[in-house]
Design a protein. Structure first.
Length: 644
């Protein structure tokens, strides 16, 4: 954070004593606020402050509070006694030396500070991305700016200070969020039904190509919210919001829905429905069509035909499907087992229910991939079930996406790409398809395309922890460690209690050779996991040995690591290859790569990006692996690949 007093030089020339007295007042005011937000005063430069913070959120809140306090101070004070400040906030890494900090991040903060109005705060796009959905005040874009001695163009935003009229950001009204429908049912256990209807309306609206629809993960955080529609619209950067309520009693439902202009909080359309449970699909279709009509979105004939097609005639099967989706979205092992059981009952009730088979396939896939449970059997079941879903409904985007994941795992990248592209063509707003496609592109050695797809996923599901985590990993894998770490910090803010994000952050810090920070993040991860995953202890020793460049210590740890390969927090086969390469044990490293290829470890394509393999890029065994994987040649050494 960089602060500056407006007109101080002119005041000092006119009345030096008065200027110095006001300077002291300003310093007292700023120093009174800084400790409340963990601000570390690096130095003062004349009338300016340079301050460092642990997070962008703390810095932004502090800047806002300083300006609020200055405004309060100025009330009733003569013009020559007013504290007039401008503040700039930027996010980035700095170099610390001799009690000072330097680097591009400091330069950018100092360059955007003059862009703030008197009494205002300007922030960079990097800061805005981290904080805009976590603060009570709004922002207005000042557009891209070319800054002196800064090579990249920086988009700058201004904070809307108290008393200012907000300047609405231009957001397309066809970018829409469907908020969680309120459960009004007598039985609170029916809340899964309201959640399920919300998700199905999201899916229905998403199937129309004229819309960009925010994903379920990001909207469910607003369940029970008291926030204003304009505030939610600003946080999600949408132009339209659909909200409603649902009451289920026996075989009857009462559903209300209303479409709201997110910029003006104006009601655009509303409708109530009293129907039998069997008519719920017709209600969802009618809502989607009315929303399209209200927002002047043309519905293609094939889209209309698909909208009117009922996925099942069985209300019992549909109810079980909604329960299965509820548990599937929770992602815990017991939840996935419950989800699989619900989907199994759903397809027993209706053997022609494609969505039920797709849900069952996803449950099998996640139990194998995330929890290492009956891996081969669950992978086999996933393939059988997704094929069944596509046999029943060849236009099911979710099933094509899961099929793409299966092909990707089998190194059949050509067919995987076809399936992901088909899923995205059927449902351009399906964030998970963009996320998985991004991973495939990274495995293929196409980092620029991977960044494009993961950024699309983030725009569609901005509050998804797993998508934000993958966004960070994509940049880490292309060796853009600074950007990757910033994005991982954003994922941590979304879910600070997830141990696996901290594990990824530990890896990021290790790549930047920041031992203390790397071990801190790993210890956080280990503490969260507890004794359930003993592999974390030996992995910590590996990190220490790698930092110490102690090859003998690393070699001594390898047998212990080998015993925990494949466990949820243990090393992958690619990790084992990397550790052996670091230890100088090249033959064993290549042996692990062969095992990874034979067992179709899904992230093996990343071998071309890992620093450990730089020394063996001309080895025939390395080149043979690249050829077997059908991936692009390795990118140039020592640089981040592509641009974001």
């Amino acid at each position: 954070m960089f602060t500056d007093m407006v007109g101080f030089t002119a005041m000092a020339q006119k009345d030096e004593a008065r200027a110095l007295a006001l300077l002291e007042e300003q310093r007292k005011l700023v120093r009174r606020v800084l400790p409340n937000f963990g601000g570390s005063e690096v130095k003062t430069i004349g009338d300016a402050f340079l301050v460092e913070f642990e997070s962008a959120l703390d810095a932004t809140k502090c800047a806002y509070e300083i300006q609020r306090a200055a405004k309060e101070h100025n009330e009733g004070v003569k013009a020559d006694g007013m504290i007039r400040l401008r503040i700039g906030v930027h996010l980035g890494d700095v170099v610390s030396a001799n009690g000072d900090i330097s680097g591009d991040a400091v330069n950018v903060a100092s360059r955007i500070e003059p862009l703030a109005e008197e009494g205002g705060v300007s922030v960079s796009r990097q800061v805005y991305d981290q904080v805009h959905n976590k603060v009570e005040f709004g922002f207005s874009s000042l557009g891209p700016k070319i800054l002196k001695n800064v090579s990249d163009v920086v988009e700058v935003f201004k904070i809307e200070m108290p008393g200012e009229r907000p300047v609405p950001m231009a957001v397309d009204h066809k970018r829409i969020a469907v908020l969680p429908f309120v459960n009004m049912s007598p039985d609170p256990n029916d809340s899964f039904f309201a959640d399920g209807i919300t998700e199905e309306i999201i899916s229905t609206v998403s199937s129309m190509k004229g819309f960009s629809v925010i994903s379920r993960t990001s909207v469910m955080g607003y369940k029970g919210t008291t926030k204003k529609m304009t505030e939610i619209g600003r946080e999600l950067q949408v132009g339209s919001l659909l909200e409603g309520s649902l009451r289920k009693a026996g075989n009857r439902i009462r559903l209300t829905a209303q479409l709201i202009d997110a910029n003006s909080d104006r009601h655009v359309w509303s409708q109530s429905y009293d129907r039998d449970l069997d008519d719920v699909f017709a209600v969802q279709t009618d809502i989607a069509m009315r929303v399209a009509n209200a927002l002047s979105v043309s519905i293609l004939s094939e889209e209309k035909e698909r909208l009117e097609k009922k996925p099942t005639e069985s209300s019992a099967a549909h109810t079980q499907y909604l329960k299965g989706k509820y548990y599937l979205n929770r992602r815990g092992l017991e939840d996935l087992e419950k989800a699989a059981e619900c989907f199994r009952i759903a397809v027993e009730e209706d053997p022609g229910f494609a969505l039920g088979y797709a849900g069952l396939a996803d449950s099998n896939e996640l139990m194998a991939e995330n929890w290492q449970v009956n891996v081969e059997e669950n992978y086999r079941k996933s393939l059988v079930n997704v094929k069944k879903a596509l046999e029943i409904d060849p236009d099911l985007a979710e099933a094509h996406s899961t099929m793409g994941l299966i092909y990707s795992r089998d190194y059949d990248y050509k067919n995987a790409e076809r399936e992901f592209q088909r899923a995205i063509a059927l449902n351009p707003s399906y964030a998970t398809a963009h996320q998985w496609y991004s991973s495939l592109l990274m495995y293929q050695g196409k980092p620029q395309e991977a960044v494009r797809e993961i950024e699309l996923a983030v725009s569609l599901d901005p509050f998804s922890m797993i998508i934000n985590l993958n966004n960070g990993l994509v940049h880490l894998n292309r060796r853009d460690y600074d950007r990757g770490l910033v994005l991982l910090k954003a994922a941590i803010e979304l879910n600070p209690g997830d141990p696996f994000i901290h594990m990824a952050a530990s890896w990021a810090y290790s790549r930047k050779r920041m031992k203390e920070e790397s071990l801190r993040e790993y210890d956080l991860s280990y503490k969260m996991l507890g004794k359930e995953f003993p592999a974390t202890k030996v992995m910590r020793s590996v990190i220490e040995a790698a930092f110490e460049e102690d090859k003998s210590k690393l070699m001594a740890l390898l047998p212990e690591l080998q015993r925990v390969v494949g466990t949820p927090t243990g090393p992958s086969m690619l990790d084992m290859a990397s550790f052996n390469m670091l230890a100088g044990n090249l033959d064993e490293g290549f042996a692990w790569l062969d095992r990874a290829f034979a067992t179709k470890e899904p992230n093996l394509g990343l071998v071309m990006f890992f620093e450990e393999f730089d020394a063996v890029r001309q080895d025939p065994r390395y080149l043979a692996l690249i050829e077997r994987l059908h991936v692009h040649p390795p990118p140039p050494l020592g640089t981040a690949t592509g641009t974001s």
